[in-house]
Design a protein around this ligand. Structure first.
Ligand code: DX5
Ligand code: ZN
Length: 245
């Protein structure tokens, strides 16, 4: 199954003094989703922002809010992020002992459920929760900071997870060091949802942001390999219609 490419700028790279304007600017620039990186200074070595900030910017755009929780524990905070307006809530497989329970809790809140894997975590960590997932996020840097360099070691993991997903309606997202130069490689490996912070917020104006988003999208589309893992066109259409858009 191939789904349309989604570009999700991370507002971690925005000018926080003008956060509302920055969200409006990436919306106008063609961002498909808004990626929100929540860091707690415990699970990752940096602190970013929490549910109140997400709630404040939620009215500024209709785009999907893709909330990436780099916090531990996660379960006590899921409801706050759901109420703040998250559409997709992604937890880290490494953040707690009960991933299956966390994923059930996210869906019980009426939200799409994602799981993220740090670079050192093997894909086997999600083998038994695949049917509870709407999204898998492969970290292509160690989580905690924007502006780091892409880890080539993760391309093979993307390929393996694409194969594990099969025809399930699960988005495969990559996050960390994504640029117009590596977007083709991750898309060729099977990623359909690309987060980018520094590579989108480079420049100053909405016009710069639009050019940056377009360049990443064009590169990703050029790298796509269409692989049909299920010969039934009807099954593919059904699965596609269930994907987050
Ligand atoms: C890292 C975050 C990423 C990061 C991406 O912990 O999850 O979303 O902000 O930023 P760039 O694209 O600059 O690596
Ligand atoms: Zn992220």
């Amino acid at each position: 199954m191939t789904a349309e490419i989604i570009i999700a700028p991370s507002i971690l790279a925005a000018d926080f003094a003008r956060l509302g304007e920055e969200v409006a600017a990436i919306d106008a620039a063609g961002a498909d989703w808004i990626h929100c990186d929540v860091m707690d200074g415990h699970f990752v070595p940096n602190i970013s922002y929490g549910a109140d900030v997400i709630k404040a910017i939620r009215p500024l755009t209709k785009r999907v809010f893709d909330v990436h929780l780099m916090i531990a524990p996660t379960d006590p905070h899921l409801e706050a992020f759901a109420k703040a307006g998250a559409d997709v809530i992604t937890v880290h497989a490494e953040a707690g002992p009960h991933l299956d329970r966390s994923l059930q809790a996210i869906r019980a809140l009426g939200k799409k459920a994602g799981v993220s894997l740090c670079p050192a975590t093997p894909e086997a960590a999600i083998e038994y929760v695949l049917d509870r997932l709407d999204l898998v996020l492969v970290m292509t840097v160690n989580p905690g900071f924007g502006g780091q360099s892409f880890l080539d070691s993760q391309v093979e993991k993307i390929r393996r997870i694409r194969s594990m997903i099969g025809d399930r309606p699960i988005r495969l997202e990559v996050d960390g060091g994504i640029t117009r130069d590596n977007a083709a490689a991750v898309a060729a490996a099977g990623a359909d949802t690309l987060v980018a912070g520094s590579a989108v917020f480079r420049g100053k104006s909405a016009a710069d942001y639009a050019a940056n988003i377009a360049a990443i999208r064009v590169a990703a589309e050029s790298g796509r390999v269409v692989k049909f893992q299920d010969n039934s066109a009807r099954a593919m259409r059904t699965a596609e219609s269930a994907l987050i858009r």
